[in-house]
Unconditional design. Structure first.
Length: 500
């Protein structure tokens, strides 16, 4: 293995220090991180909203114009993976356990506490607005961020034969000399954000698995059990890591998508099918008709923090995660055209996500509206109970709960395995095949972070800390858009015949 560079050592030291602080003084750590996040989202919330809307429009413009036919690779290259496998990888990396967790929890949270003060909680209007905002948060806006990063890395790495680092995507606008000074800080920021984000997802998934095991088998919901779950996950995803993308991540992604579709189809047919279809159709209509309004919604006259707590938080979360998700989807998208890439990444996973929310969230809403259940209240009391509280109202509750626990497990393994690969790439100069030892180090470090933070009750603080990187990354993403466009204009065969 080559000598490790400053990106690895600096990132590892910073992460270790944050873990120590989070373990020793979790409340103080969470308070400082929350204050920083609150300030940046309050002062720059408008910037997040404008930037993400710009990213959506930029993606469609690039795909629908002459640049869409440019291939991520040589002109003769073709995709390495089948469409189903590719979508499975996108779905696992981009959503993973998040959609399983929030697919019911988010609409029921909005149903219990509506986004607009004029809407009465737990009523019909609250249900409609809840689905509208859930669709909006899991739709094309979030995925536009991943698309920008993935497209830029894929283009420069496979078309221009550069390394696969975030800093490299800015080369056309900053030049080689200036790039030497800023590439290390940018790549270090990307590594830290990725480690923090994945560790948080691991912690969130572990809490949900533990909650599910408690409901299904009566297994204690405590720190010791969570450590055991972490240990099992560590062994499984390190085993997968040793097999590489071609075997481990590829097969797990296919399993994830198959399990998710199986679970979704079962709930669709055993739940309120017609209500789900009506909810999905109405939700799509509300999503499209209100897209620009919700994309730019702020409340400067009414005050309040709902938009900041949800929409801006989601955009910051997506931006903080974009180095990981973008780098991974770039790696598995070699050979596709820009048009294929944009529509595949920007449309297919969000459509699956919206139907998932309609099936699971719609079923929970139906039970509360017409069945007299109190799932929304249960979610308000314990957000990890959303999935299992809904399954309790369906046939084959035990089997559904087991399948969902298995799905969360496989999603976590895939996300962690993918993250070890991307972190290895980021800390080995952009290598397409980072050393196994490097991947094992990052995999072990992520598990250790999740364990320490869970036991120290600092998970919330770590989650917020990972989002602090979102503001500088938003600026970087705007620069990436300009850099990509500038480079595409120089593509042979696409140059304008005369200067403007």
């Amino acid at each position: 293995m080559k000598k490790l560079d400053i990106v690895f050592w600096f990132s590892a030291i910073v992460v270790a220090l944050l873990v120590i602080i989070g373990a020793v003084a979790p409340k103080a750590f969470a308070t400082v991180a929350t204050e920083i996040f609150n300030f940046t989202t309050y002062a720059f919330g408008w910037f997040y909203l404008l930037a993400v809307l710009f990213f959506v429009l930029f993606c469609f413009v690039i795909a629908l114009t002459k640049y869409g036919k440019v291939r991520l690779g040589n002109d003769e290259d073709r995709p390495e993976y089948s469409f189903f496998t590719w979508i499975g990888m996108l779905f696992s990396a981009g959503f993973g356990v998040g959609l399983v967790f929030w697919g019911i929890a988010e609409p029921m949270s909005h149903f219990f506490t509506p986004p607009r003060e004029t809407v009465e909680a737990l009523g019909e209007d609250a249900a409609r607005v809840a689905m509208q905002y859930s669709f909006f948060h899991w739709g094309v806006s979030q995925w536009s961020v991943f698309t920008i990063v993935g497209l830029a890395i894929g283009y420069f790495q496979f078309r221009k034969k550069e390394d696969g680092l975030i800093s490299t995507t800015l080369k056309p606008i900053i030049g080689e000399k200036k790039r030497a000074y800023i590439r290390k800080p940018i790549d270090i920021l990307a590594v830290i954000a990725t480690v923090m984000g994945v560790a948080t997802s691991l912690g969130l998934g572990i809490l949900q698995i533990n909650g599910g095991l408690n409901v299904v088998f009566g297994i204690p919901n405590n720190g010791m059990m969570q450590l055991i779950i972490i240990a099992v996950l560590l062994v499984l995803y390190l085993t997968s890591t040793t097999t590489g993308i071609e075997r481990g991540i590829k097969y797990l992604s296919n399993l994830n998508l198959s399990l998710a579709l199986l679970l979704m189809v079962f709930v669709f047919f055993t739940g309120p099918t017609v209500f789900i279809l009506n909810t999905f159709t109405l939700g799509i209509g509300d999503y499209i008709s209100s897209f620009f309004n919700t994309s730019l919604r702020l409340t400067p006259y009414q005050g309040g923090t709902w938009v900041r707590d949800w929409t801006i938080f989601y955009w910051a979360w997506a931006i903080a995660w974009s180095p990981f998700v973008g780098a991974f989807i770039a790696r598995v998208s070699r050979g596709r055209t820009i048009r294929e890439f944009v529509f595949g990444v920007l449309i297919v996973p969000p459509v699956i996500a919206l139907f998932w929310i309609a099936v699971f969230g719609g079923t929970a809403l139906h039970f509360d509206l017409f069945g007299g259940t109190e799932i929304a209240q249960a979610v308000d009391n314990d957000i990890t109970s959303a999935l299992f509280a809904t399954f309790a109202q369906l046939p084959f509750t035990f089997i559904l709960s087991l399948l969902s626990i298995l799905l969360i497990f496989t999603f976590l393994i895939t996300s962690a395995d993918s993250a070890t690969y991307i972190l290895g790439t980021m800390t080995s100069g952009g290598s397409l095949n980072p050393p196994l030892l490097l991947r094992v180090i990052w995999g072990t470090l992520m598990a250790a972070i999740a364990a320490v933070l869970l036991l120290a009750s600092g998970l919330e603080g770590l989650q917020t800390a990972s989002l602090v990187s979102a503001l500088p990354f938003t600026v970087i993403l705007v620069g990436i858009c300009y850099s990509l466009f500038k480079s595409l204009r120089q593509e042979p065969g696409l140059k304008r015949s005369k200067k403007l």
